[in-house]
Design a protein around this ligand. Structure first.
Ligand code: NAP
Length: 320
């Protein structure tokens, strides 16, 4: 089969399409014929060797795939050959024609969700779910600012928060992104490249601030986020690419908090709950992954460059 292999950490050019043996499922494992693989920002940090999780070389990137079960190993009960599934982590990597996954890493993909969309489920929607339900403990009638709402996680969070009954504010840095955020359900949108946009957010929040901020770029925004919070507000740090200085006094007066997580650290019980919630939302139409573009697997290096450029508008997926 064809697969992307990383033989050394480095720039996008280290992603090479190679011919490798098709894996065989052992006991408790599932072989998935991958129809689409999701590209996430962490794939790029991992490839560069700068991420907290460092795979053994050589490796095939990708935790998020969607496809059809090709074969199952001994003892597998959850799925059978022919089932449509999405993956949440894999054993051998999703940037490939086939991926081996543990039985617990594959989940039913509802019929109305395309494979391209299915490749955008786990990291984006799992993160949005954990941020809103577990970390922020959001509830209907609160206001959430999705700070970076045009990308994979942000667009997922907008749809989810809207369905939960929150008032949703979202930001993007291009008109295309702002249009997407509006289309996916935000009540108010703001351009995070426009000077003074934070004042517009405060005005839209009636001067009293927002209850929750889902932050995609904390090193740039965290210090100012604290000033946008309402009493008992909470910032959930999802994305961060550097250091930042904050004034804790902004938290003290508001009895506010900063919370943070990585999806790698969640408990098995939380993960079980997340998949049940996501599958229900995919089935009932409240969750609709947005695919920005589908690229051939051979163009993984281009996908890794583009995902870090400004102008997000949903997910980039690779088609093997
Ligand atoms: P993505 O699809 O590339 O989207 C990036 C988002 O950040 C876009 O909406 C982009 O908007 C926005 N952005 C750019 N500049 C910004 C600014 N100055 N202020 C606010 N937002 C800005 O990435 P993603 O998959 O949504 O992930 C977002 C971040 O979360 C990444 O850093 C990723 O590594 C991280 N993440 C963390 C976890 C975790 O477990 N903690 C899980 C998933 C993702 P424009 O392009 O429109 O400017």
């Amino acid at each position: 089969m064809k697969a992307i292999l990383v033989r050394e950490f480095g720039g996008p050019e280290v992603l090479k399409l190679e011919e490798v043996p098709t894996p065989k499922p052992g006991a408790g494992q599932v072989l998935v014929r991958i129809h689409a693989a999701g590209v996430n920002p962490y794939d790029t940090y991992m490839r560069a060797g700068s991420y907290a999780v460092k795979p053994q070389l050589p490796y095939t990137p990708g935790s998020d795939g969607a496809g059809v079960v090709e074969a199952v190993g001994d003892g597998v009960k959850k799925v059978k050959p022919g089932d449509r599934v999405y993956t949440a982590k894999t054993v051998t990597g999703a940037y490939a024609q086939y991926a081996l996954a543990l039985e617990e890493q594959v989940h039913a993909l509802p019929d109305k969700i395309s494979f391209g969309q299915g490749a955008g489920v786990w990291v984006p929607y799992g993160t949005a779910y954990h941020a809103l339900y577990h970390s922020a403990q959001a509830h209907a009638s609160e206001t959430v600012l999705v700070h970076g709402a045009s990308g994979g996680v942000g667009s997922a969070a907008v749809q989810m928060a809207r369905a939960m009954g929150l008032t949703v504010f979202g930001t993007a840095g291009t008109q295309k992104g702002l249009d997407l955020v509006t289309r996916e359900g935000a009540h108010h949108v703001f351009d995070h490249r426009k000077a003074g946009y934070q004042e517009e957010i405060m005005k839209a929040a009636g001067g009293s601030g927002v209850d929750i901020i889902l932050e995609m770029l904390a090193n740039v925004n965290l210090a100012h986020d604290l000033k946008l919070l309402a009493i008992r507000g909470r910032v959930i740090v999802i994305g961060n690419r550097g250091e930042v200085t904050i004034n804790p006094r902004e938290l003290m007066g508001r009895r506010a908090s900063i919370r943070a997580f990585t999806l790698w650290g969640i408990t098995p019980a939380e993960e079980t709950e997340i998949h049940s919630g996501l599958i229900a939302g995919l089935e009932n139409g409240t969750l609709r992954p947005v695919v920005r573009n589908e690229m051939p697997l051979a163009e993984a290096a281009r996908a890794h460059k583009e995902i870090l450029e400004p102008g997000a508008a949903g997910k980039i997926v690779l088609i093997p």
